[in-house]
Write a protein that binds this ligand. Structure first.
Ligand SMILES: [Fe+2]
Ligand SMILES: [Fe+2]
Length: 126
């Protein structure tokens, strides 16, 4: 994909992630473990695909802060993978603070780290 296509794909992923994050926040509040588990599985799939897209974009535009950005992706995927494994085994109420913390860090990453990448990539892809 060309940089402009990667920028568009990342933008659409963010909208999709926002929708799942909101549904997940509601599911955690309702302590519906089956629903939370299914949404966490969806989120893991979307995040894994999305981070690969952004990492391809960073390579395509030779982004200087790529290593730090990739580290944040790896940390979030690692946390989310452990949450998905744990929620299958444990009471949702005991793990929900970790889920909420992941939602907060994923949103903060989109608003800060991704915003900087998007500004740089949009300027250099023009
Ligand atoms: Fe992103
Ligand atoms: Fe990112």
């Amino acid at each position: 994909m060309r940089p402009t296509e990667l920028i568009d794909a990342a933008f659409h992923d963010h909208a999709e992630m926002h929708a799942v994050l909101e549904r997940l926040r509601a599911a955690v509040g309702s302590t519906d473990r089956e629903l939370a588990h299914s949404l966490l599985g969806q989120l893991l799939m979307i995040e894994a695909r999305h981070y690969a897209t952004e990492e391809a974009l960073m390579r395509a535009v030779a982004y200087a802060d790529a290593d730090e950005h990739r580290r944040e992706h790896a940390a979030m995927l690692d946390t989310l993978t452990r949450i998905v494994e744990t929620v299958a085994l444990e009471n949702l109420a005991s793990i929900s603070p970790q889920i909420v913390a992941h939602l907060e860090s994923a949103l903060a990453h989109m608003m800060d780290t991704d915003h900087r990448l998007n500004r740089f990539a949009s300027a250099s892809a023009r």
